[in-house]
Each structure stands twice: as C-alpha cells, then as structure tokens.
Design a protein around this ligand. Sequence first.
Ligand SMILES: [Zn+2]
Length: 318
Amino acid sequence: MDKNQKCILCNSDNTILQWKNVRGYRVRKCLDCSFLFLDEIKSEQELEEFYSENYFMASYARNETDLVSAAKKQTILSEAAEYAKLIRNHNPQAVSVVEIGCSWGYLLYNLQNFEYSVKGYELSKTTANAGREQLGLDITSGFFEAQIDQFDVLILRHVLEHVPDPQDILSKIYDSLTKGGLFILEGPNLDSISSKLFGQNVSWVAPPEHVSFPNFRSLVIAGEKLGFKCIYKSTRRGRGISIFHQALLNSVGLFFGGKENAKNNLGGINDNASNPNINKLKKFVLKAVSFLDFLSSPIHPFLRQALLEEEMLIVFKK
Ligand SMILES: [Zn+2]
C-alpha cells in the first residue's frame, strides 16, 4: 500500500483530508482539480489478484450458462444502441471500438450489430474466458497497454474509479486513439444530487474497491490536459440507484447501528447482509425504493439537464 498525499489525477500537492473515516479509509480532495481519492491504494499487482479472484462479474459469467441470451436482454441491447448512436454522431468514420474493463463483453457483442470491429480488455481471467468462449469475442485478460494511434473509439465504463493510477490509464487511452478518435467515459458522478445531500454516504464511496470518486470538473481538466476536447456531457440515473434509494438505505442503516452498518448492511445493492432480519428489512426497503423510483421519473429529465444524476458520461475527442 502506498500513501498518497499528491492528487492521483493531476499530481498537485495542493490536497486536503476530506473525509477522515470511510469504512476505515481516508479520502483526500485535490484543491486544484477537485478530484477525491483514497490516500492508501492497492498496487497494480494486488489489484490484478483482487479482480482475477473476487470480482462479482467473474462469478456471474461462471454461473450463467447461456451468455448469448444474457447479452440479448433489452437493457443491454438499448445500452449498445445508445453507444452506437453516440459514436455515429461524433465520429461517423469510426470502425474499431475497444472497451477496457469489458467484463464478459456484453456491450461489445451487441456493438457488432452496428458494423464495428470490437476488442476488449478485462482483468478477471474467468470473465474474459467466458466472453471469449461463449460470445466469440477478442478479449485480452490483463492490463491495457498503449498501442499508438490504433483505435477509433475507446470505452471505459465504471473502471476509472477502480484504478490506482487514473492519470496513467487516461494517457494510454489518448495515445492509443486515432486522430479524431473518441474516448467515452462512464462512471460515478460525485456531483450528483445524492452526493450533495449525503456526501460520503453515497454508495459510490466504496473503498477499497473504489479508489477515487470522480466528478465532471476533475475529469474534464485531466482530459484537456492530455489534449482531448470534451464534446459531450450527460448523466443518467444508473443501475437502479436513485435519490430515494440512497436516502432510504442510509436512514434505515443509520437507525440500525450507525454509519458503518448503514454501509455494511444496507449500502450494497446486491450484497446479502449477515443478519437475516436486516435482509428482510432490506428487501422491503428495496421494494419501497422501486416504487419511489417510479414516482421520481418525472424529475429525472430536469436532473439530467443539470447533470445531477448518479452516473456521468463524458465524450472526449482527440
Ligand atoms: Zn488534482
């Protein structure tokens, strides 16, 4: 574990301790680019071991017998169509599309329907194998290394917040794109309304898996420094997480045993709590949340307009 006092995104020394105890970890904030990051970070080797062995998508790919039909689910299909549209709009000549941290490749698989030649990188060997064998995709297991001027589009979804050296991966991405190439970045939005309301209690602030907690300003600064132009910004409500979700989980968790338990017992959407009663309660809360989510639908277009939803999407052009 290394101690980081310097900003891991812009290298500035001008950082302060923002949150003293998030599940035992300390979070620093860069006063120059406003990036938030852990001050103790796993090394690349620890990271590779962690994702090879433990990551939940690995077990998903292992348990799912038919990945082709899993990849054809409506939500996944519409995600691919949305990405294809972004690519068409901003780089109509694009041919080659690469996703770094592609899991079992469900997005890449469907992007083939739009005539793109696709390739993926994935740290988890099990997951990469599943995508290669069942979906016939070209997935390399391991870290992404720069390949100068090779690709028209690079996609990074929910990966940046996991990597110990985000600056390094961003510059590898820049170098690997062709002139006019697109870098599509998707991940947590720490500028969201929930972040503003609940601070370190939002579910994105999940150390040690999440090493950093991105916001628009810091990523745009980092991208522009490399030579990218930010050409599109948007937010989305994300994987079932809403303001109500966050609010309810936190209040119930806090009620049942303080901040730590709020996260351990209720924060993870897919995790089972150790206490069966809490599990029952969690199921009930999740049902209530789904209903409130449904009720909140009309306000989401306004939140999106103001870039306040839970997940961010940025398109950079080289
Ligand atoms: Zn910084």
